[in-house]
Design a protein around this ligand. Structure first.
Ligand SMILES: NC(=[NH2+])NCCC[C@H](N)C(=O)O
Length: 263
């Protein structure tokens, strides 16, 4: 099942990811997808999270859409990375924690509301999934994950508390975009979830993200990695986030990657 979740409120005060999701809807117009409704009121900061009430509501919308279907696989297009807390916690629950989460991203998204420098929720979803963060948001999770379930690929813009969390919890983090570096982590589980934030790509390859930066991966490298993970393991979930491309032609260079969403 393919979901399009245009949640942008987790990325801060501009709604460029909403336009990004509109473009992605056009890109995927021939596929059957379900769009998650937006709730764009209540954008004030509470509990150290920008647009707190709106994020709570959107998370609830997504949760309800997933809870009423008996899905074994979930594919999602964002929106911001904050949407991940629902499909990952759902799949982790139905596969009894036998789920490896491969997080291909320039950012670790491991902030708590207190440690976050920006107070934007898209920097917090993984820490939330690990069971820390805002209580009301945590109540919406289907389950929580453990640090050993995570494999980071391509982190290059971290906050100090994230660096400390990764080190003290011994989380696997590789800097090359190469399956062999991840093989042992993936093979410890029977099921895999792939998270792809498009900002892991080098800005010269794709710049339509909220944080385009240099020293990123090439489109082909990321596409090959996803292909290999799909060939060698049971991918039960995938999500692609943070595109603000406002025109279809801006998505053309990443067509192959976007088509990987079909699992
Ligand atoms: N999903 C993202 N693009 N996250 C960016 C997070 C940036 C920064 N680490 C923060 O927490 O504010």
């Amino acid at each position: 099942m393919l979901f399009i979740n245009p949640q942008w409120q987790g990325s801060g005060i501009t709604n460029e990811l909403k336009a990004g999701a509109e473009t992605l809807k056009l890109f995927f117009k021939d596929y059957k997808f379900k769009e998650i409704s937006l709730y764009e009121k209540d954008l004030e900061t509470h509990h150290n999270i920008i647009a707190y009430n709106s994020i709570l509501k959107q998370t609830e919308f997504f949760k309800n859409e997933i809870a009423e279907r008996k899905l074994k696989k979930i594919a999602t297009i964002g929106g911001d990375c904050g949407i991940e807390i629902i499909p990952i916690s759902y799949l982790n629950k139905i596969y009894n924690n036998d789920l490896c989460v491969i997080w291909i991203d320039a950012h670790a998204d491991l902030n708590t509301p207190e440690s976050s420098p920006s107070k934007t929720f898209h920097g917090m979803p993984l820490r939330t999934l690990l069971g820390e963060g805002n209580e009301n948001i945590k109540k919406l999770l289907f389950s929580t994950i453990k640090p050993q379930q995570i494999g980071f690929v391509g982190l290059r813009d971290l906050d100090n508390p994230e660096i400390e969390y990764i080190a003290s919890n011994n989380i696997k983090s590789v800097l090359r975009c190469d399956y062999s570096d991840l093989e042992n982590t993936i093979k410890s589980f029977n099921n895999v979830y792939i998270h792809l934030d498009l900002d892991v790509l080098d800005e010269s390859e794709f710049k339509y993200t909220m944080f385009p930066t240099s020293n990123g991966f090439k489109i082909n490298e990321v596409n090959d990695l996803i292909t290999e993970i799909k060939q060698k393991s049971n991918v039960v979930g995938i999500c692609i986030t943070e595109s603000k491309a406002a025109k279809l032609e801006q998505l053309e260079p990443i067509r192959k990657i976007l088509e990987q969403i079909i699992i």
